[in-house]
Design a binder for this molecule. Structure first.
Ligand SMILES: Nc1ncnc2c1ncn2[C@@H]1O[C@H](COP(=O)(O)OP(=O)(O)OP(=O)(O)O)[C@@H](O)[C@H]1O
Length: 252
């Protein structure tokens, strides 16, 4: 068995607004093995993005613990948190929105490298390599986000995520805003990176066909809880729970 790279233990998220409380994630536990791709599926509002946000500390967990390579990172701050971002990076649904429209893609991709004190010349070299790794010509470094297609912008967003050499990529509906052909191309790129860069993935996606193609295991969420976990074949072709059956019927 491979090493466990990421572990969530009894994660819970309660959002409080005034006197109202809403439990978005309830007692969610999972393990991600090195080199594995774990899919997270469930209807809209089931808590998928909130899990990703807790893992990446964009939202604090109300309860539970998160371990990165056996280290408890649940309450990491400051330098410890910056170190986590060397290991875990995210790719979001709307690539255009995640780049500053006033900066070139090259500036965006190289930002974290510059922040690490890497020289302008070396950063440029690495940015060009990253773009090429993600299937784009190096000249795209000088383009602005509005000067590229959605698919190219998502490739640039993946290049930016890879800049710090992460071990885990969390893709939150990373292909959902793209048309079907481009979705396939991005999925091919992610597959290639999984092999070549030995990346592990949390793959949040409502498209079960893509999940089936890319993931090794799948968690099914319903109202913040894990209702089923198995291989894509088990989940899609032999679902045990009624909710999973309905989910599969509704999207396939
Ligand atoms: N900051 C917040 N404050 C209050 N409620 C929130 C907040 N963020 C998310 N929620 C609620 O938590 C629930 C889970 O949201 P989440 O975005 O995790 O779902 P999801 O499964 O990713 O949905 P989708 O597929 O539509 O993106 C939703 O009911 C949402 O309205």
């Amino acid at each position: 068995m491979s090493e466990i790279i990421l572990q969530a233990e009894n994660l819970k998220k309660v959002f409080v607004s005034g006197k109202k409380e809403f439990t978005a994630v309830d007692d969610v536990s999972f393990e991600l093995e090195q080199g594995e791709c774990l899919g997270i599926v469930g209807e809209s509002g089931s808590g998928k993005s909130t899990i990703a946000q807790m893992i990446t500390h964009l939202e604090p967990a109300t309860e539970g613990r998160i371990f990165l390579k056996e280290q408890d990172i649940t309450h990491a701050r400051g330098k410890a948190l910056r170190d986590i971002y060397q290991d875990i990076q995210m790719v979001f649904q709307m690539p255009m929105e995640s780049f500053d429209p006033r900066c070139t893609l090259g500036d965006g991709i190289g930002e974290s490298l510059r922040n690490m004190g890497i020289s302008r010349v070396e950063t440029r070299k690495r940015v060009e390599n990253l773009l090429e790794k993600c299937g784009m010509e190096k000249e795209y470094a000088d383009r602005y986000p509005h000067q590229v297609s959605g698919g190219q912008c998502q490739r640039a967003a993946i290049a930016r995520a890879l800049a710090v050499g992460p071990e885990i990529l969390i893709c939150d509906e990373a292909t959902s805003a793209l048309d079907v052909t481009v979705q396939k191309q991005i999925l091919e790129l992610l597959k290639e990176l999984k092999e070549k860069e030995e990346l592990s993935f949390l793959f949040i996606c409502h498209d079960l066909a893509l999940v089936q193609e890319f993931c090794d295991r799948v968690l099914v969420l319903y109202q913040g809880k894990v209702v089923e976990c198995g291989t894509p074949d088990e989940i899609i072709n032999h679902p045990k729970m009624d909710y999973t059956k309905k989910l599969v019927e509704s999207v396939l």
